[in-house]
Design a protein around this ligand. Sequence first.
Ligand code: ZN
Length: 101
Amino acid sequence: MAVKFKQKCEKCKTNYVIVSSWRQRRPIICYECEKKDMEGEITDPAMKKMFDIPEDYYKQNSFLRQIKINYMKYKSLTQPQIDAFKKTVDDMKKKKPVHDG
Ligand SMILES: [Zn+2]
């Protein structure tokens, strides 16, 4: 079980971000600040489907945001990144019900 703690966003220095200490190897940026980096059109149907998850998941998990931002930036992901993304989403689905229609 990863240790989680809260840390202030390094960009806006206002919002708190929940950080998994063992995984965090990048600046701690909150959802609000990263939101615009995640926007954009996804043309690959498989990727579109993969990223089509409740907005809450992106809010709660900076790893999911990181993967999406990577994809928007480079338009590609490695297989391990895709697997990790799907696994994280699966884990979050198991934890609590999804209220997404
Ligand atoms: Zn911020």
